[in-house]
Design a protein around this ligand. Structure first.
Ligand code: G6Q
Length: 546
């Protein structure tokens, strides 16, 4: 397949939509948010419905967005991706050159998966995981003292941390009794120290997750945790499990109790449904719950094949995002879940979206003459309401919002006060915010005036379960990928994080230089780096310590 080479702002649909920005739908007028509009502008996919009457659009804009999706073959490109096309590359330049097959991790329910060999590999890893989890459940796998394992520390960073961690928090209510998970990601020694403090290492497994097996933070933390085990008189190889790429420096089963693979064609930030999330989530929630996550994600991957934007939530979300960002000029997007369990979900989206679509060249290596991905941020509501919502309502910048909510709570432990439950209070707040942002408020006192026309939509489902969590994850993964197709960028590489890593290593060389030679002076080979170290007081600090 040849990679699509459309230039976004030269498309016919772009010109059409550009004209429509002259007079976007006014949500503040009396009679704007009619019941007919609210009923009509809804979309259903899987267990979710998306309410988008509170976006600044009408049928003409929707038709234009449909044309944009069609003209860029967004859905067709998604299907090609699932079938194993090499989508991760920049044509004509040195770049990654890979398939993009995170969808294969959950394409394990049909006899004719989109890419059979990747689905086979996913099934093989799932079989290994099932055996591992059964061995733990049946206590065939126990601690050297014969006790069951109760805890797991996941050591990993970036994609090997954020998605899995978001899912773990999202589904903590489904945790198996007597099992708990902890995470170490930052190379800040206080991250590890805080987790290790008070943990009984003799009943704790350590899951070291690194696709490359070379990530500085993860390898450092692995060594740090190993040292803690040795200090406690425990042999790390009887406690440490690994998830890594085939052939990576960590691909050495002898060093680990069990080893699992994730494959080259699964990008880190899209890897939560591979063994990167699977081992830890299986340990915490049990195999069946992990399988439910996969089912939910797979259902969305299939639903994305629908070309009608009015019937495909990920595609519609992608296009609404493009309307707000590229046409209405909104620079950021807030994702605000009204669910405490989704506390880490915005952090996962920050990575998944911004690392994917924070690009400024096309897939043909040309500079973009239009905006690519927006800044993504968020926090669970209603806490945010008492914090940053002021700016969203009355600030000088317009921040589109994607609200996420659930009709029922997870724990089902609620109380009625003044004839309403806490869950009802939560959802009433969510819906009220959506309306208030859209309609605004007229007032003779300027301080009490709300301009309104702040675009937002509401993503709702019944309850946050393993199935709907899997759906939510895949909805956003697909949204991000589809936007990348429309913008004609490579959403699957991350060159932008390399330069900082390179410079950090150069600075670290100065530290070891100083340790070896008190008279060491790095200013001649690296003026700026050395000066930064001096200015930060690090040179002085190290010399006085040594
Ligand atoms: C994600 C990125 C990045 C990666 C981490 C960890 O898409 O590639 O966040 O996940 O740098 O990499 P390893 O899993 O190789 O340690």
């Amino acid at each position: 397949m040849t990679i699509h080479s459309n230039i976004f702002n030269q498309l016919k649909a772009y010109q059409l939509l550009k004209k429509l920005t002259q007079n976007p739908f006014d949500l503040t007028g009396s009679g704007s948010l009619t019941s007919e509009r609210i009923q009509r502008l809804q979309c259903r996919t899987g267990n979710f419905r998306l309410l988008y009457a509170t976006q600044r659009l009408d049928e003409d804009v929707l038709n234009g967005l449909q044309q944009l999706a069609d003209e860029t073959s967004a859905v067709e490109q998604f299907v090609m991706m699932k079938k194993g096309a090499v989508m991760n590359r920049i044509n004509g330049y040195d770049s990654e050159n890979r398939q993009v097959l995170h969808t294969a991790c959950r394409d394990v329910f049909s006899d004719s998966p989109a890419e059979p060999s990747a689905a086979r590999q996913a099934l093989d890893e799932l079989d290994k995981l099932k055996i591992f989890l059964d061995d733990l459940d049946q206590e065939k796998l126990r601690t050297p003292q014969g006790k069951p394992f109760t805890d797991m520390i996941q050591v990993g960073i970036g994609g090997s941390d954020l998605g899995p961690r978001a899912l773990y928090h999202g589904l903590a209510v489904f945790q198996k009794e007597g099992r708990k998970v902890h995470f170490i990601s930052n190379v800040d020694p206080d991250d590890a120290a805080g987790v290790l403090r008070g943990l009984d290492l003799s009943t704790t497994l350590v899951n070291v997750v690194s696709k490359s097996g070379t990530t500085l933070e993860t390898l450092t933390n692995e060594k740090l945790v190993q040292a803690a085990y040795k200090k406690a008189g425990l042999d790390p190889s009887l406690f440490f499990v690994a998830v890594t790429g085939q052939g990576s420096p960590m691909d050495n089963p002898e060093r680990y109790l069990r080893s699992f693979y994730m494959y080259d064609y699964i990008g880190g930030r899209y890897s939560a449904t591979s063994m990167v999330g699977g081992v830890m989530l299986g340990f915490a929630l049990g195999f069946d719950n992990f399988f439910e996550i996969l089912k939910g994600a797979n259902a969305i991957d299939l639903a994305v094949e629908e070309k009608d934007i009015r019937k495909n939530i990920p595609l519609l979300l992608a296009l609404l995002g493009i309307w707000n960002h590229n046409f209405l000029g909104c620079e950021t997007l807030a994702v605000l879940p009204y669910s405490q369990a989704l506390i880490r979900f915005p952090a996962h989206l920050q990575q998944c979206d911004m690392e994917s679509n924070g690009k400024s060249i096309s897939r043909q290596g040309e500079s973009l003459s239009y905006q690519s991905g927006p800044v993504i941020w968020g926090e669970p509501g209603t806490n945010g309401q008492h914090a940053f919502y002021q700016l969203i309502h009355q600030g000088t910048t317009v921040v589109p919002v994607e609200f996420i909510g659930f009709r029922s709570s997870q724990y089902q432990q609620d109380i009625e006060i003044k004839e309403t439950s806490s869950q009802e209070k939560l959802i009433a707040n969510l819906l009220a915010q959506s309306l208030a942002l859209a309609s605004g408020q007229k007032h003779e006192n300027p301080n009490k005036r709300f301009l309104g026309n702040r675009p937002n939509s509401v993503l709702m489902a019944e309850c946050l379960t393993p199935r709907s969590m899997g759906e939510l994850l895949a909805i956003y993964e697909a949204k991000i990928v589809l936007q990348g197709f429309v913008w004609n960028i490579n959403s699957f590489d991350q060159e932008g994080v390399q330069l900082g890593k390179l410079l950090a290593n150069r600075l670290l060389d100065h530290f070891s230089g100083m340790r070896q030679d008190k008279e060491y002076d790095g200013s001649s080979q690296d003026e700026a780096g050395w000066a930064m170290l001096q200015a930060a007081g690090m040179v002085e600090g190290l010399k006085t310590k040594s």
